[in-house]
Design a protein around this ligand. Structure first.
Ligand SMILES: Nc1ncnc2c1ncn2[C@@H]1O[C@H](COP(=O)(O)OP(=O)(O)OP(=O)(O)O)[C@@H](O)[C@H]1O
Length: 304
């Protein structure tokens, strides 16, 4: 069994208010998990807005440097992958998909130009025929074709189509890991399942592992193999997705399950607690204790 990704005791502290300020935020605190190369899975990171999901993803992508701990991908640390010679190889193997496909594409540039640039840069394709074949192959994987999108601008496609184009772009170099940060939150509810099912197919048919970042428990339940629940940077519960989402043990996981997304702050991942006592219980334990294993394979943060 070889390890694809290993995140070991990773923390990130941001200082706030300038370099002389003593104020800081612990965005991620002591997070550890690993993904195996020969066992593709959908590994989901769940938490409210501000719980540290994106910071963790950015550290895995090498876009932020951990304050503590190490991250290795295919045996090499992120600092080694950052070196110029290794960077393209890393990008061939790990690809991000971001939340808002309309922001990811310049409105004045035809979307196929993005795919073309990726095919040229990461696959080294130079001839028109090879570039088109690489683009079409990736688009077919997401249920589209080059013929359908060639020459079209972002505003000429639906949010769901555009997110599929973004995923196709990420698939061009045949990555082994996709990091999808809230890939469905800006997509119409009616099209959401098509993206979620697509992530599932990538795992099942193409052996791509997916780190799926979300605050949507319903889609997480539907596609995840394992989950991590984060509260203000801390992992409170992690392990088999179904077991945890069906019977969460930590007070914060229970609160998440019983909460609903707020209409006033739609799209921002702000949860409306169902019961004030649950909220108090969840926040009073924040950051306390250590992760303890359970017989069903989950780890739960318990008071020390
Ligand atoms: N560059 C930065 N400088 C200072 N603080 C930061 C920076 N990036 C993130 N933070 C802080 O770290 C914490 C975690 O932020 P992060 O974006 O990782 O959370 P998130 O769970 O992804 O939230 P969202 O769902 O809103 O994207 C927040 O308090 C945020 O304000």
């Amino acid at each position: 069994m070889s390890t694809l990704l290993d995140v070991s005791h990773v923390s990130k502290r941001f200082s706030m208010g300038g370099i002389l300020s003593r104020k800081y935020t612990d965005a991620v605190v002591d997070v550890s998990f690993s993904l195996q190369a020969d066992h593709p899975e959908i590994f989901t990171i769940i938490g409210e807005s501000g719980s540290g999901k994106t910071t963790l993803a950015r550290m895995i992508l090498g876009l932020e440097t951990p304050s503590h701990g190490t991250i290795t991908f295919a045996g090499k640390s992120t600092s080694e992958w950052k070196r110029r010679a290794a960077r393209s190889d890393f990008m061939r193997r790990v690809q991000p998909v971001f939340q808002n496909p309309f922001e990811a594409f310049n409105p004045l540039k035809q979307v196929d130009r993005y795919l073309e640039a990726t095919a040229r840069r990461l696959l080294g394709a130079t001839e028109r025929k090879a570039v088109d074949a690489a683009m079409d192959e990736a688009l077919q994987k997401v249920g589209l074709s080059l013929k359908e999108i060639k020459g079209r601008f972002a505003h000429e496609l639906s949010g769901g189509q555009l997110q599929r184009v973004a995923i196709a772009r990420a698939l061009i170099p045949n990555p082994s890991l996709l990091i999808a940060d809230e890939p469905v939150s800006m997509v119409d509810a009616s099209l959401r399942m098509s993206i979620v099912n697509l992530l599932k197919r990538l795992r099942d048919d193409l052996n791509v592992s997916v780190i799926y970042i979300t605050h949507d428990l319903a889609t997480a339940y539907y596609i995840s193999d394992r989950i991590i629940i984060m509260q203000k940077g801390y992992v409170v519960e992690m392990g088999p997705a179904r077991a945890i989402l069906e019977s969460p043990e930590h007070a914060y996981s229970q609160l998440l399950k019983s909460s609903v997304l707020s209409i006033d702050t739609a799209g921002m991942g702000v949860l409306e607690p169902a019961d004030r006592r649950m909220t108090e219980a969840a926040w009073s334990t924040m950051g306390r204790g250590r992760l303890e294993p359970r017989p069903d394979g989950r780890m739960v943060r318990v008071a020390a």
